[in-house]
Design a binder for this molecule. Structure first.
Ligand code: PAF
Length: 279
């Protein structure tokens, strides 16, 4: 595993891989790597001739300076995880390469960006989309890997890749969970003891919901039952729970289409998100 810091270095590796028709697989991250990121890197390394991860804490996708300051910085551990996962390269961009002096451009997702997470984190998806577009232009991968845990992020990326004609395949990777079902997230560390005990209920509610409908009527009953379960949580408040089209994320009850159940719950310090594609 080799660390790259400059765009020129990266471009010459990329040019070589294009000349040799090698598939270039990319996993963008903000560091604080956990087993969910490790899975993305393993999949990238298995499915690409050359795999590259990036670590860049993107200031533009945080809602406040204090959130950005609190974000864990664990570069030594992160690089050890990248080595274990056998990625070929890790790109650590200079801030001035991502946001040069006078930077004045942004990518603003349309309706997909204002729903759900977008409603409670104004500007977040614009900051995320702007940096992902920049990283795509710098790295020029053939395929990029993103976790399904951040379902809305994945849907927004798929949309702008189509809308802006990026020649990049976007691959969603299944959510990695703790043994008790809690989706892995760097935010889990901020749960109180009581919240951590109750947090796996989130996934249980989504799973039970997914099993208990076969028609639009039973879907409505299952939604009511799930809402009831969410309201019964002792340590979390429901932020949203919605059934939506997998691509547009517009709320839908049309069970003949690919749907996803998306939710967010609020603890004392932290907000958890999770989802289930419906079968
Ligand atoms: O999912 C993340 O870690 C970030 O949003 C991403 C895609 C690396 C962009 O900063």
């Amino acid at each position: 595993m080799r660390v790259l810091r400059s765009i020129d270095e990266l471009r010459s590796i990329r040019a070589h891989s294009i000349a040799n028709a090698q598939k270039f697989g990319f996993v963008p991250t903000m560091g604080a790597l956990h087993l969910g990121h490790a899975e993305l890197m393993k999949v990238a390394s298995d499915q690409s001739d050359i795999s590259i991860a990036s670590i860049f804490i993107n200031p533009k996708q945080f809602n406040s300076a204090s959130d950005l300051a609190k974000y864990p910085r664990t570069i030594d551990d992160d690089l050890a995880i990248c080595t274990e996962c056998k990625v070929d390269y890790v790109y650590l961009p200079e801030i001035s390469d991502v946001y040069p002096e006078g930077f004045d451009t942004s990518i603003t997702p349309g309706s997909l960006g204002s729903l759900f997470e977008g409603a409670s984190r104004p500007g977040h998806f614009s900051g995320m989309a702007t940096v992902v577009v920049k990283l795509f232009n710098i790295v020029q991968p053939d395929v990029a890997f993103f976790g399904k845990k951040d379902y809305q992020q994945l849907a927004i990326i798929r949309r702008f890749v189509t809308d802006l004609n990026f020649p990049i395949q976007i691959q969603g990777v299944e959510t990695i969970r703790e043994l008790d079902g809690l989706a892995l997230s760097s935010r889990n560390a901020q749960l109180t003891k009581e919240e951590r005990i109750e947090a796996p209920r989130f996934y249980e509610i989504l799973k039970v919901f997914n099993r208990t409908f076969t028609s639009t009527e039973s879907l409505n009953d299952a939604i009511a039952a799930a809402l009831n379960e969410f309201q019964g949580l002792d340590h979390f408040q429901l932020d949203y729970f919605e059934i939506a089209d997998q691509a547009t994320l517009q709320p839908s009850r049309d069970i003949s289409k690919p749907l996803v159940a998306l939710g967010a719950i609020l603890g004392s310090q932290v907000r958890l998100i999770d989802n289930q594609e419906l079968q």
